[in-house]
Design a protein around this ligand. Structure first.
Ligand SMILES: Nc1ncnc2c1ncn2[C@@H]1O[C@H](COP(=O)(O)OP(=O)(O)OP(=O)(O)O)[C@@H](O)[C@H]1O
Length: 379
């Protein structure tokens, strides 16, 4: 019902979740349309830096450039639905063989912080802790406050508290006193990784793009390029600096407000300023004698294991609601922290990772990535 309630603009519809998320349906004009010319399109944007605004703008622009037309949400004659959130089961079950939607049912099993940890914890119990020890220990408060107190009293350490209802670093704080983690809001509290790998003294994390085209069998693609996001204050693990979010959080949305944020207006330079590309980072690490092949192998390993932890629930939901094997695909944004022992930690898996292009480097990486994704999904 909600999916079909019209908004003021005829082509944009709203799904009925707490956050209002636009849903776009597209129809291919030309049969056999593909995205093999995506590089020239990406370059065109790059050169003129015609910045697509908002997440769906990039997808919409790429699709319209390739002959797709946005169609009425009431249309049953569409090729692809692109939406920021899940679509309802009844909608999925009406899909025809050639139609695609950019989410799997129940993929929140890996994109919700609490569900992700519970699923990984289950794998730790069933398959051996050491094989699935790549997500920081997590408690959901107030529900698990007792268990949290028990663990935090056993071993003194730093915890990072994150409100479940907020994103982009909002409301996050560090604490070494467990009772301070109990606030009015529902939160997840995670063991703080206090030995991050540093570059020039700064903490960073990775945003990697992972496409799943099937959960049964599991088919995962890791995009070759990604983003490296730096904190803007040099790292110091002393509890004196616990309150400095520009030291401990690497979110762009937090650090962009810092006077120390260095933006990079040249997309051909990939290791300058507060945001680098993944390849810029790997080049820097290689030059400094780190084993980047081993690092990427362990990153692939944790990505695959993360997907395996949600595989059972998601493929069961697919069996129940998705009529054809190729109807669903999904792009996930993995946030990965590397510690000083070169061990990757999965901090979070983002549903509908941001496709906003605030800098030329974002545009270059994200437009190429989305073009490749659409080519792959459409082939
Ligand atoms: N367990 C941890 N140990 C060390 N640093 C962490 C940990 N968890 C989060 N961080 C830092 O805090 C930042 C924000 O955390 P996280 O991405 O989980 O929160 P968020 O506000 O939900 O962000 P997003 O907008 O990506 O959803 C991360 O980018 C990372 O720099």
């Amino acid at each position: 019902k909600n999916l079909r309630s019209k908004s003021s603009s005829p082509a944009i519809f709203w799904s009925g979740r707490s956050k209002k998320v636009p849903i776009f349906l597209f129809k291919a004009d030309a049969l056999g349309c593909n995205f093999t010319e995506h590089k020239s399109i990406a370059n065109k944007y790059h050169m003129s830096f015609k910045q697509p605004k908002g997440d769906c703008k990039l997808v919409r622009t790429l699709l319209t450039c390739h002959g797709f037309k946005e169609c009425e949400a009431s249309s049953v004659n569409y090729n692809i639905i692109w939406t920021g959130s899940h679509v309802k089961p009844y909608f999925l079950s009406s899909m025809l063989k050639f139609q695609k939607v950019n989410h799997f049912p129940r993929s929140y099993e890996i994109t919700r912080k609490d569900r992700l940890y519970k699923n990984i914890e289950m794998m730790q119990q069933n398959k051996g802790f050491k094989h699935f020890n790549f997500v920081p220990q997590t408690f959901v408060l107030p529900r698990e406050y007792k268990a949290f107190l028990f663990h935090s009293n056993k071993e003194k350490c730093l915890w990072i508290v994150k409100p479940t209802s907020l994103s982009r670093g909002r409301g996050i704080f560090l604490t070494n006193s467990p009772e301070k983690a109990l606030v009015d809001d529902n939160v997840v509290v995670c063991r703080y990784i206090d030995n991050p790998l540093l570059i020039n003294g700064y903490k960073f994390d990775l945003r990697l793009y992972v496409l799943v085209t099937s959960f049964d069998p599991l088919i995962i693609y890791l995009y070759k390029e990604g983003l490296t996001r730096f904190a803007t204050v040099q790292f110091n693990k002393s509890s004196k600096f616990m309150g400095d979010s520009c030291m401990h959080l690497t979110n762009y949305s937090i650090n962009k407000h810092s006077s120390a944020y260095v933006s990079n207006n040249d997309a051909s330079v990939e290791d300058r300023g507060s945001k680098w590309s993944l390849s810029g980072l790997l080049r820097f690490l290689r030059e400094n004698h780190y084993d980047t092949t081993a690092l990427m192998m362990s990153i692939e390993d944790v990505i695959i294991k993360t997907m395996i932890s949600g595989e059972f629930a998601i493929s069961a939901a697919c069996k129940a609601f998705v009529p054809h094997r190729g109807n669903c695909f999904e792009l996930f944004g993995f946030d990965i922290l590397i510690d000083e022992k070169m061990k990757p930690w999965v901090l979070e898996v983002n549903l509908s990772p941001s496709l906003a292009c605030d800098a030329p480097l974002d545009l270059k990486i994200k437009s190429n990535m989305i073009s490749d994704l659409l080519s792959l999904v459409g082939s």
